[in-house]
Write a new protein. Sequence first.
Length: 463
Amino acid sequence: MTDFLKGKKQIHFIGIGGSGMYPLAQILHAQGYKITGSDNNETVTLDAVRKMGIKVFAGHNAANLGDSDLVIYSSAISGENPEFKTARENGIMTRDRAELLGLFTSQHDKAVCVVGTHGKTTVTSMLVHILMAASLDISAFVGGKLKILDGSARIGSSGIMAVEACEFNNNFLKLAPDIAVILNIDEDHMDFFKNMDNLRKAYSDFCNLTSDLIIMNGDCLNTKVAVMNSDYRKKTITFGFSETNDYYPENIKKLSDFESSFELLRDGGSLGEIIISVPGEHNVLNAVAACAAGLHLGVSFGAAKEGLRSFTGAGRRFERIYQEPRHAEPANQITVVDDYAHHPAEVEATLKTAKNMGYKRVWAVHQPFTYSRTKALQGDFAAALAIADKVVLSEIMGGREADSGDIKSEDIAARIADSVVIQDFEGIAKYVARNAESGDLIITMGCGDVDKCARLIVQKLNK
């Protein structure tokens, strides 16, 4: 891959606060490039960007480009964006963020790319903890914030890179994976893929790009079909709950609300017990996938065990942001958790885990994201959200899409008993804080900016 960074000095990011943009800016900043950025949405991430000494402009304006000789943009940026348009008109090099990530992966001997509809951030984060517990100086790119990274990314010298890869817009086909970890394939991003055949084909193409090894969920039919339709003569390793897989867990035990233990088996033989500090059986499976990748890279079981024990979650992945009183039993405290769940399967897994944690009531405060996804999966969203005791829906965040006019949050609420739609976060926060009771768990859910709502709820509760 051509090194388009060669000779570049000043790089501008359009939408620098995005989860896929911030870690790239973090990497380039660490490498000594002068970075600037712009964004329409004030977020906690932008605060982190500014703390790095990076100048951030509010809103998009052609003048923000300054003396930049390279502009990085994401799939969410339209061709009419004034910064993107001006860069093209003035001959300034522009590159999609996936191309930049692809360049980084090509520069590493072992780029481990974690893909799938659900669990990418968590598994990549677990793998980062495992590799760093083994004292490996790794590079990393994660879509969520990790304390161990002091952000979302790092550059190391070991030649190993742990990467969270996204399938939307076929972005992951711009990468150079040596090891692919395929967690699952579920119906998502149908505004782009249109049907499951196209989605599976994209994953097959991704497998064909992989040079060394495919680590796949052997219990997921769509994953198996995608791999079989690729050049799967490459070495494959399977993981899952079933004993037919190369790696699988046994003797799963819930130790506390946020802790579980299990025995890790490889080829039918026990490697030993592992304790994870994140809730839910879906995270047991995530840990098995991360272990499979780490052990293949030569990490000892002891380091894998240590790394997983130290992992307490990535930002916005069942992230506890409020607990009062802090040391009380769940039935006697109000707790606020923020989660990135934005697909019905993720919402279901999160709420089932929550319902098992001993709270009196579970609140789901959900911000639907994109009109196409909400419309296509409205029945599934309603069924998943109905697991909660109380459901609050905000208006739909369109993101990259214009309002089609044929779907609204009320369409989901109409299918759920004891649900309410409140358009704005301020109104939601007032409603939840006024009606929350001792023993309630409040979960804000979505991949937009619903974390702002979580913090507003905390402010109201504190008052």
